[in-house]
Design a protein around this ligand. Structure first.
Ligand code: UTP
Length: 276
């Protein structure tokens, strides 16, 4: 039912300079796999195989990653190393990849609006690949696609964060539907702890209905001079419905060095059964 997934990857990744001076943040590897590949795998697990990237300057390595590399593949053909490319080859076979550019960085809302040309009039997923998510049973996006079948409205993934961290997130207030589900009544972008309506922070997974594009188009520039997706979602919530979902799983903020190291240690343990 939902086939399309948008990956806004145009940000500069300044928290990772100088690593991100000439290399996209999304290509940084957790163990042996780039962050963006984890994100695409999660989308595919949820049945979303039309992958759209909103890219920017210096991001061509992402396109190359989701393409064959003839010289390399010729070089390792017939060796034990061939199998190391199985995962990415499977993704390339299962998915279509489309690209558009955000010329100037005017915020996540603007990046999503630029993706309209790739999405059209369809509900779609959004993955911020620097938030690395592992579901306990199914992937986080797959959990959200299941919910969409029930609610048919935009859904944001949330998690509880320490009160002092609210200023790094969009934060919601909502009426509880169940332990994990809230109907959003308010949403504030990066509030100071004393202004935060709760400690329920939006993380980098969304299901959006396509009316979000017209709303974004009409939304004035918000906090930090950027077009904020939270401002558009708040209007959707007030005029219709937006669901916030406390997902079942773990999420690592790989846009920060501490989160990146934590994710690396977690994945090492998952893969090799012991800490590095
Ligand atoms: P971040 O807030 O993490 O910004 O963006 P950033 O530039 O990637 O990283 P820092 O803070 O400078 O280290 C959240 C997501 O939104 C995308 C980013 O690529 C990231 O996936 N984004 C943000 C855009 O695509 N365009 C923008 O104008 C802003």
């Amino acid at each position: 039912m939902i086939k399309k997934c948008l990956f806004p990857v145009a940000g500069y990744g300044t928290r990772f300079l100088p690593a991100t001076k000439a290399m996209p943040k999304e290509i940084l590897p957790i163990l042996d796999k780039p962050l963006v590949q984890y994100g695409v795998e999660e989308a595919v697990e949820a049945g979303l195989t039309d992958i759209g990237f909103v890219t920017g300057r210096g991001k061509r390595a992402i396109e190359d990653h989701f393409d064959v590399s003839f010289e390399l593949e010729h070089q390792i053909a017939g060796t034990g190393k061939e199998r190391m490319l199985d995962g990415i080859r499977d993704l390339i076979e299962q998915c279509t990849f489309s690209y558009t550019r955000q010329i100037e960085m005017h915020g996540l809302g603007d990046a999503i609006l630029k993706g309209r040309t790739l999405i059209g009039d369809n509900p779609f997923g959004v993955v911020l690949a620097d938030d690395l998510c592992f579901g306990h049973t199914t992937g986080v996006l797959a959990q959200m696609v299941n919910l969409f079948r029930q609610f048919r409205c935009s859904i944001v993934a949330i998690e509880e964060v320490p009160a002092e961290d609210t200023s790094a997130y969009g934060v919601i207030a909502g009426d509880a539907i169940s332990d994990r589900l809230f109907r959003v009544t308010d949403m504030v972008e990066k509030p100071a702890p004393e202004d935060a309506p709760s400690n329920l922070a939006i993380i980098g997974r969304y299901i959006l209905t396509p009316d979000i594009f017209d709303i974004l188009d009409a939304t004035p520039v918000g906090k930090n001079g950027e077009l904020q997706i939270t401002d558009a979602l708040l209007r959707q919530a007030r005029e219709g419905c937006v669901i916030a979902y406390k997902f079942d799983g773990r999420r690592f903020d790989c846009g920060s060095i501490a989160g990146f190291v934590e994710a690396t240690n977690y994945c090492y343990k998952m893969k090799y059964g012991e800490s590095p």
